[in-house]
Design a protein around this ligand. Sequence first.
Ligand SMILES: C[S@@+](CC[C@H](N)C(=O)[O-])C[C@H]1O[C@@H](n2cnc3c(N)ncnc32)[C@H](O)[C@@H]1O
Length: 276
Amino acid sequence: MTQSEFGRFSEFIGNQCGIKMPLSKKVMLEARLQKRLRTLGIKTFAEYYEFVIGDGEHKELVHMLDAVTTNKTDFFREPGHFQYLTDHVLPEYVEERERNGQRDRPFLIWSAGCSTGEEPYTLAMVLSEFAEKNSGFRFTILATDLSMRVLNRAKDAIYDAERLADVPIALKQKYLLRSRDRSQSKVRIVPALRSTVQFQRLNLMEEAFTFAEPLDVIFCRNVIIYFDRQTQEQLITRFCRTLKPEGHLFLGHSESIHGFDLPLRRLVSTVYRKTS
Ligand SMILES: C[S@@+](CC[C@H](N)C(=O)[O-])C[C@H]1O[C@@H](n2cnc3c(N)ncnc32)[C@H](O)[C@@H]1O
């Protein structure tokens, strides 16, 4: 891939999904796209570029974006966030619901950039545990990602057992099924928990993502770190529009919105609340 070809890909990817592609990522991009060239029988990157932009149905674009995303994730990643939900956000929600008499409305939470599902399934475990102790508490988890490859894995909900090391044993016993074939150390999330999460492909760069109802909480962790500052600010502005007044936003631990002009106040590190 020549430097000018890389420049064209980099600009195109930035416009499509917000992900920054500095020159230091050239070798990585080449290696990842090479697989698509082989699959399609295309000889050069220049030809592949023309193929992607000429594909009106955007089928190849989906594959290309699959190849450029970084999907590292874990169950109970950044565990303080889940504790914060249980200790502060959920009890306050229940109290407010009682006060306003809105008993029928489910708690709505969005895992934006959910990767292979570990984050939304962790939320599902935490919220199910809370529901057991708080009768009448109901919730819906929306989980979205740009990459179809990771979404398909999330929907399958099958994981290597060793990836669940950070899940407390009581939750493992309740929410995971061991593979019948004991030689394969695989586990699967139980159907009841799987049914609490709705997966969908959604590109966060799309101007108008809308939800039928304002959301109580957005988890968007370890996603905006790949975007430039301007894209980050525009995206979080749109998050604020989809949150209910006093709704919460959780970001990843290395992500900062310091210096942005947003209707958010910081509660603790990386946890924000929309100002009413
Ligand atoms: C590093 S993973 C983070 C997963 C999880 N939130 C966590 O913290 O463990 C980042 C995810 O963001 C997704 N992503 C990147 N750009 C996106 C975009 N424009 N729209 C939607 N998802 C995007 C990637 O596909 C990837 O799965």
